[in-house]
Design a protein. Sequence first.
Length: 127
Amino acid sequence: MGNESFDVAIATEVIEHLVSPSNLPHFAKQLLRPGGHLIISTPYHGYLKNLILALANRWDAHLNPFWDGGHIKFWSWKTLCQLLNETGFRIVRFIGAGRLPFLWKSMIVVAQKLEASDQLINSDSPY
């Protein structure tokens, strides 16, 4: 990796294909300048959408197991935020994209790289 750094890193419809998804924000942190932003889009899998898929008997069509190279991980707002928070980012914005609210096709999350001092303040440690 060179010495370049960036203000923004963007990963569109990538993280759901990764076996080790935490590598993505860790790598982005190395590339981003202090205070830089990571923008991730991924298919949205929230409770209401999943419930409607189940009630409509559409799981097999939606999560087609015969799709070679398909999605490995399925993300909700909660799980994606957890990953980003645990890897040193602060969530700045969430955008649901496509379809009706809470039935979105995708979600876009904008997260900001925390400074080292911010990470200490936001850690779970009581010390």
